[in-house]
Design a protein around this ligand. Structure first.
Ligand code: FES
Length: 628
């Protein structure tokens, strides 16, 4: 079997002859950018090779010079002999975890205030039982003794227990001298005993809340007694190595073992967060009694190991909306005790549990005025409505807002340019990077800033093309067409100039046009004028870092007064935290799933016209953007 050595970190992986370098990297848990999921279209999996003679599949993503120097696309290069693979510097930085994951610590106090106002009714409760000792006059079984008392305390008819928990009963009841604590999962028709412990352990009762993002996973540990978030942690979803967006993940899931790899990777990511929360709080993961999770429909299917092929192809049907009952052990979690995992339900293939969770957490369904709720990522998920009705849609924005699909685009890691302005007189740049590090590339919020600034400084025209007659050497003809040099190599953290090309601008314009067209199609379908919106809630971690004025300037967001925009943060995570404390939240989430009208944009014959009209800066109809 050929051996592939990855440098850095010097890991050797043996693979079956004919498997590609990307598969070898997956086997060795090594991160290689694979934005398109191994489809051969993104060119991000470029690596340098030494050793064996390789027969890559033809690609237009590498220049003749790169091929001659030994560069190949990892996903398009089968391996038959021993080989050394060098991973580019920026990928190495990412895989080493030298990344800044922005957390929500600033909002924790407000979130805790909201949690404290919920009337406590968690789906998983603990009950302390003082059981009568068995005697010749009362010789019922151990289990009957327990269920008899549970029925009395909780006023329930059916009490269930699984085999593994049953096996622990005789030892626990006797070790506790017939004083025990049972943990109970209250499902619709019955309660299920999920844990038995000697003595009174009701004082420690915790839940895990998780947002399974396509790019980032975030988790919080919740004290169910005090109704407080104790700590939170975030990490990149390890599935990122197998595709930047949900479409690419579904492409990868079709590879042999692909689905299993993706399922394992997201579980490993969350396990890592549990470990980090344990280090931060000292709370033993075994004391976590339930996990509530929310994710888009593809993420929810993938963590459960359920196929996604039918989501990718018309008519875009998911396998389920309400996830089946499942436990952490069934999904392969190593850090968690075998606890129930509850998922927020999904609405449709591209409107998932992250949205139902977010809508409920942000109280959209309590607003009398019209609310537009937008979660912008690789998919723009948009919901319009109030306390009487909801309508939603999803548009494919592509990965540009995540910094992918753009020549020098990167995710929000240390060294990513996140803010940028352009001096109108000199056309020189002033920028800041995440972590104050040397610039490595441009992340999503930086791209929005950059395009808005290039447009207002007159470097870009309204079609997104560079003016070629400007007195600056920053606009030039490059290898991939016309480009603007954002950072010269001499001051960059990579060994080349950092640029934005016309193709990049085009990608960003397509992304913003899709979102804006989605908003207007939704509003028109119910006869609502955008000016009638009382509030525009921008959810998701990306939303926290965009500047409203710049987003309006490129025509991404409607041109409305800034005070109508509200950044609501990662409401998907907040919805999971709330659901861990209150069954009513889960009921509301289910009601949103059942009551929200889903609009399939590809079936709407006005969407494409609106999209084409929005493919300008800021729009073909300038009257829609009077402030720009
Ligand atoms: Fe290889 Fe996209 S070209 S992952």
């Amino acid at each position: 079997m050929p051996k592939v050595t990855f440098l850095p970190p010097g890991i050797e992986v043996e693979i079956v002859a004919g498997e590609d370098i990307l598969t070898a990297a997956a086997a060795g848990d090594i991160h290689i950018n694979a934005s398109c999921g191994g489809d051969g279209t993104c060119g991000k999996c470029k690596v340098h090779t030494k050793g064996a003679k390789l027969q890559s599949r033809p690609t237009a993503r590498l220049s003749e010079a790169e091929l001659a120097q030994g560069y190949v696309l990892a996903c398009q290069t089968p391996v038959y002999d021993d080989l050394t693979v060098e991973i580019p510097q920026e990928v190495e930085l990412l895989s080493k975890g030298q990344t800044r994951i922005k957390t929500l610590t600033a909002g924790i106090d407000e979130w805790n205030r909201q949690l404290s106002e919920l009337s406590a009714d968690p789906p998983v409760v603990k009950a302390y039982l003082e059981l009568p000792e068995p005697s010749l006059n009362d010789s019922v079984s151990d289990l009957t003794r327990i269920t008899r008392e549970v029925r009395r305390q909780l006023d329930v008819a059916d009490v269930l227990i699984d085999l593994e928990t049953t096996k622990q009963v005789p030892e626990v009841v006797r070790a506790g001298d017939w004083r025990i604590t049972v943990t109970l999962y209250r499902e619709a028709q019955h309660v299920r005993i999920t844990k038995v412990e000697p003595g009174d352990t009701t004082g420690s009762h915790y839940a895990l809340a998780v947002d399974i993002g396509t790019t980032t996973c975030s988790a919080q540990i919740i004290d169910l007694n005090s109704q407080k978030i104790l700590a939170e942690a975030s990490a990149y979803n390890a599935q990122v190595s197998y595709g930047e967006d949900v479409i690419s993940r579904m492409v990868y899931a079709k590879k042999p073992e692909g689905q299993k790899v993706l399922q394992r990777k997201v579980v490993q990511t969350i396990d890592g967060l549990v470990k980090e929360l344990n280090e931060k709080t000292g709370i033993d993961p075994a004391e976590i009694d339930v996990a509530v999770m929310s994710g888009n429909t593809v993420m929810t299917h993938l963590i459960l190991g359920v196929g996604t092929d039918q989501i990718r192809e018309a008519p875009y049907v998911s396998v389920f909306r309400f996830a089946p009952s499942v436990t952490s052990a069934e999904l392969g979690f190593k850090q968690l005790f075998d606890v129930p995992i509850i998922f927020h339900p999904c609405v449709a293939s591209y409107l998932g549990g992250d949205i139902t969770s977010g809508i409920v957490a942000a109280d959209v369904i309590k607003h009398e005025g019209l609310v537009l709720y937008i979660d912008i990522g690789t998919n723009g998920e948009i919901v319009l409505g109030n306390n009487e009705w909801l309508i939603g849609c999803s548009c494919s924005a592509g990965p540009a807002f995540e910094g992918a699909g753009v020549k020098d685009g990167i995710r929000s890691i240390d060294g990513a340019i996140e803010r940028i302005s352009i001096e109108p007189d000199t056309l020189e740049t002033v920028f800041t990077t995440i972590g104050g590090k040397l610039p490595l590339g441009i992340c999503g919020s930086g791209l929005i800033d950059l395009v808005a600034e290039l447009f207002t400084a007159g470097v870009l025209d309204k079609r997104g093309k560079f003016h070629k007659d400007l007195e600056t050497i920053r606009v030039r003809a490059g290898e991939y067409g016309w480009e603007y040099v954002v950072v010269w190599e001499q001051v960059a953290g990579v060994d080349r100039d950092i640029v934005i090309t016309e193709v990049d601008v085009d990608n960003l314009m397509r992304a913003k046009a899709a979102v804006y067209a989605g908003i207007t199609t939704l509003a028109d379908s119910v006869g609502v004028a955008l000016a009638d919106l009382s509030e525009i809630m921008i959810a998701g971690s990306f939303g926290n870092y965009i500047k409203v004025e710049e987003a309006i300037a490129i025509g991404l967001l409607p041109d409305l007064p800034p005070d109508r925009f509200k950044f609501v943060g990662n409401c998907s995570l907040l919805g999971s935290a709330k659901a861990a404390l209150s069954r009513e939240i889960l009921d509301r989430s289910a009601a949103v799933t059942r009551g929200l009208s889903y609009m399939e944009l590809s079936a709407d014959n006005t969407f494409m016209d609106k999209y084409m009209s929005a493919l300008f800066l800021p729009h073909t109809d300038k009257s829609l953007f009077p402030s720009v």
